[in-house]
Design a protein around this ligand. Structure first.
Ligand SMILES: Nc1ncnc2c1ncn2[C@@H]1O[C@H](COP(=O)(O)OP(=O)(O)OP(=O)(O)O)[C@@H](O)[C@H]1O
Length: 233
């Protein structure tokens, strides 16, 4: 579904990614691990077209999207929940959800308001409330719900649980697990390694803009030295 090879990217003259490799198959849950500043968000932005790659290959659903605009990538079916909560503060919950809705007719079971409300009942209770007045956890649920309303083939979550209370975090993880069971392809960036090991099929480790390792959760568990060295936990 998504295939990234020899990706180089950065900001202006400052190169941040040198050799990023990533493969995500249909229905897979993948993580991108690495310490702060290693290039995880830049990888995601480069896939999304928010940062223009310098070289390499990004293919999504069989199409070359390296250098494509974010609109094109989104239209092809990549939904991003970016770092930091970015709901439209003055719009209501409901307005936020319908603002980006897209009907992918090819999809058997498209996301609707009702389905998002079933996943996050708290959003239904607050449907008429301005997004800016929601708690941090509720805003995060809203941006996840908003990304789902675009009916993404691939959902990317960049630090979706950062700064949330443990109980809210658990709620978000529960929803991500439910999405996985439904066969949603997901790319996760997060610091909760134990949850990621349970949830994800495979992991990639980034170090200074290079993919230095990939493997399963069991591989990670049996390799404490690797985790210590590259993930810093
Ligand atoms: N807009 C920007 N302009 C210039 N440099 C940037 C920009 N955004 C990020 N960088 C630099 O690119 C490098 C990689 O940053 P990136 O945000 O991709 O890392 P990350 O692995 O996602 O880290 P974190 O876990 O802290 O979010 C860092 O050195 C960062 O300072």
């Amino acid at each position: 579904m998504l295939s990234v090879a020899k990706l180089q990217s950065g900001y202006g003259r400052s190169q941040v990614l040198f050799d990023v490799e990533l493969e995500i198959g249909e229905g897979e849950v993948i993580t991108l691990l690495g310490r702060n500043g290693m290039g995880k968000t830049t990888t995601v932005k480069s896939i999304m077209g928010l940062v223009r790659p310098m070289a390499g290959e990004v293919r999504f659903s069989g199409r070359d999207v390296c250098g494509a605009t974010p609109e094109t990538v989104a239209r092809l079916g990549v939904g991003l929940v970016p770092e930091g909560r970015q709901a439209f503060a003055t719009l209501t919950v409901r307005e936020n959800l319908v603002a980006t809705a897209a009907n992918r007719l090819s999809r058997k079971d498209p996301w609707t308001l009702e389905r998002v409300y079933a996943l996050f009942p708290r959003l239904k209770e607050r449907a008429g409330q301005a997004a800016g007045t929601l708690s941090g956890g509720e805003q995060q649920m809203l941006v996840v719900g908003r990304a789902l309303m675009t009916n993404p083939k691939l959902l990317i979550l960049d630090e979706a649980t950062e700064g949330l209370a443990p109980v809210i975090r658990a709620e978000i993880w529960g929803c991500i697990e439910a999405l996985k069971v439904e066969g949603q392809s997901i790319l996760l960036i997060d610091k909760n390694l134990n949850v990621l090991k349970r949830l994800a099929d495979r992991h990639y480790i980034l170090e200074k803009g290079h993919t230095v390792w990939s493997g399963t959760g069991a591989d990670l568990t049996s390799n404490a030295e690797l985790v210590q060295r590259y993930v810093g936990l």
